[in-house]
Design a protein around this ligand. Structure first.
Ligand code: NAD
Length: 302
């Protein structure tokens, strides 16, 4: 029989990931501060646990999928947390996107317990759709032996499982990608608005860019100009997709990490200013992060 897997954090991503573990035949022990997804997963065969501590009492493999730094720290270190009941030979997988220095600190504290247990950071890309379909990309940092041991679990939830090196390196890879995405989306929005304001047809401009050197994921797959690509958030009033607030969270994590590493981020800093402004605007803050195009349209004097 397959070993029990604990799953803490059954939000937009986690509920699908936990379900995929169930479908792969793992007994799954679930916990969330929100009762609704716990009930849903329980009706599909998962066993609820009242606290992260109770999860650790029942499972040596534990996945966490939580919003950000304070939630992950709390689930590990608070009263009722994982560390109160960590078992020998445990494998702890944090798939949340958080500060790499926190991942490194938890990995160190797990080793210090002398239980032959290991922690890996395994943030994901692929969004809610990838979580649902089980096609996520995992970027993994930690001991290679722990990465190898995690393979079957990660394969049940994802498709591309990439080993990035030491603890925290999965987070570094994730933050670098998302910082570039924030910058490329802002840049794509800037030129799409510029070209259309100066008289070009948006589809024609996108077509030129996408067969030329300006091409990027933001222009080709997720164009921010409404109507250029069907089925993306910009073509449905910027609803659904990857929220501006989540993008700002990742940009801030990346810039904090960059400061710690003394690496300059001039473009990232501009992207942060843009997403600060967008998320402070009640009309834009709940929209997909490609809504930066609409923000620039509003600034355009006609
Ligand atoms: P979410 O807010 O939908 O889900 C988080 C869940 O954690 C919620 O159900 C919440 O109730 C639960 N939670 C919070 N504190 C808790 C605690 N102390 N104990 C137990 N449960 C607790 O977030 P999400 O969209 O599922 O994202 C999770 C992580 O994945 C984030 O770090 C996010 O940046 C990252 N991520 C998200 C996406 C995406 O498209 N949504 C894509 C890639 C990565």
């Amino acid at each position: 029989a397959k070993p029990a897997v604990g799953f803490i954090g059954l939000g937009n991503m986690g509920k699908h990931m936990a379900r995929n573990l169930l479908r792969a035949g793992y007994p799954v022990i679930v916990n969330d501060v929100n009762e609704a997804p716990v009930r849903d997963l329980a009706s599909e065969g998962a066993r609820p646990a009242a606290t992260p501590r109770a999860v650790a009492e029942q499972a040596r493999n534990i996945v966490t999928m939580l919003p950000s730094n304070p939630h992950v720290k709390g689930v590990y270190y608070n009263a009722g947390g994982i560390f109160e009941a960590l078992q020998k030979d445990s494998l702890l997988i944090d798939a949340s996107t958080i500060d790499p220095s926190i991942s490194r600190a938890i990995a160190k504290d797990v080793v210090a317990k002398n239980l032959a247990s290991a922690f890996i950071d395994a943030p994901v890309s692929g969004g809610v759709g990838g979580a649902e379909k089980g096609t996520l990309t995992f970027m993994v940092g930690g001991e290679k032996s722990a990465f190898d041991r995690a393979q079957p679990l990660l394969q049940a939830m994802g498709k591309n499982i990439v080993y990035c090196g030491a603890a925290g390196n999965g987070q570094v890879a994730k933050l670098c990608n998302n910082l570039l995405l924030a910058i490329s989306m802002a840049g794509t929005s800037e030129v799409m608005n510029l070209g259309v304001t100066m008289g070009l047809d948006p589809k024609l401009l996108a077509g030129i860019i996408n067969t030329s050197s300006g091409r990027c994921w933001s222009s080709e797959v997720y164009n921010p100009f409404p109507g250029v690509i069907e089925g993306v958030p910009s073509s449905r009033d910027y609803n659904g997709g990857f929220g501006s607030k989540l993008m700002l969270k990742d940009v801030n994590l990346a810039l904090d990490a960059a400061k710690g590493a003394n690496a300059p981020t001039p473009m990232g800093s501009r992207a942060k200013e843009i997403y600060d402004t967008v998320t402070a605007d009640a009309q834009l803050s709940e929209k997909d992060f490609s809504v930066v195009l609409r923000y620039l349209q509003q600034l355009t004097r006609r």
